[in-house]
Design a protein around this ligand. Structure first.
Ligand code: FMN
Ligand code: ADP
Length: 180
């Protein structure tokens, strides 16, 4: 269960990501559990959990992370490839008691349209917190909103902001089959 008390304003040292970060992985955006997170204002783009095996990250600790996401061009919407800051959850979603592990990314940007089928390249820069169970949906949402603020503040630091230009993010060569 979520511990009481205030949370740290940033995650990870100001001097920049420390190993195992930056972690790089990718996958195609697939349908999630359809719990209507959009209605809560927090849509999460799922990539197949096999995306974790790209680069051998299967044993990554479950929890909440922050970093940057590169999204491929979407033929459906005509959008160009672009990079966005993101917060993400890797794990079992204890609040929902999932039986499969999931990788879910919330991009810190307002989109007019869905982008299922696009490819997403991720550079993870830091760990925010473990996954918790919650007394209510409201308290889960409140904590995710705080994760978004922690992620933003953390990436505003120079040693993290520079990863926005990491070439991995916009390299979609031969990526179409990975993680499908
Ligand atoms: C930044 C972030 C933090 C999250 N933290 C938790 C958590 O601590 N516990 C939990 O059960 N689910 C957590 N979730 C997962 C949400 O419960 C999940 O997005 C929701 O189940 C909707 O899933 P769906 O989009 O696949 O339908 C988190 C999601 C995000 C984006
Ligand atoms: N800011 C955003 N971050 C992540 N996904 C978004 C965002 N805005 C729109 N989307 C779209 O919403 C979808 C996720 O919606 P959601 O309600 O969580 O359903 P699902 O259960 O399919 O994951 C993503 O796959 C993506 O196409």
């Amino acid at each position: 269960m979520r511990p009481d008390g205030p949370r740290d304003p940033t995650a990870g040292p100001d001097s920049g990501p420390v190993p195992p970060f930056p972690l790089r992985l990718n996958g195609k955006v697939i349908k999630g559990f359809g719990r209507g997170s959009k209605e809560l204002g927090i849509p999460t783009a799922n990539i197949p959990v096999t995306g974790l095996s790209v680069g051998g990250h299967e044993d990554i600790e479950s929890g909440v992370y922050y970093g940057y996401a590169g999204l491929s061009a979407s033929p459906a919407t005509g959008s160009k490839p672009n990079v966005y800051p993101m917060v993400m959850s890797i794990g079992w979603n204890p609040f929902y008691k999932n039986t499969v592990r999931s990788v879910e990314v919330h991009l810190l940007h307002k989109f007019d349209q869905d982008f299922y089928g696009s490819h997403m390249n991720l550079v993870i820069l830091g760990f925010i917190r473990p996954e918790y169970d919650y007394v209510s949906l409201e308290s889960l949402v409140e904590d995710i909103r705080e994760d978004m603020e922690v992620g933003k503040r953390s990436m505003d630091r120079n040693a993290y902001a520079e990863f926005r230009r990491d070439p991995y993010l916009l390299d979609f060569e031969g990526r179409t089959e990975v993680g499908e």
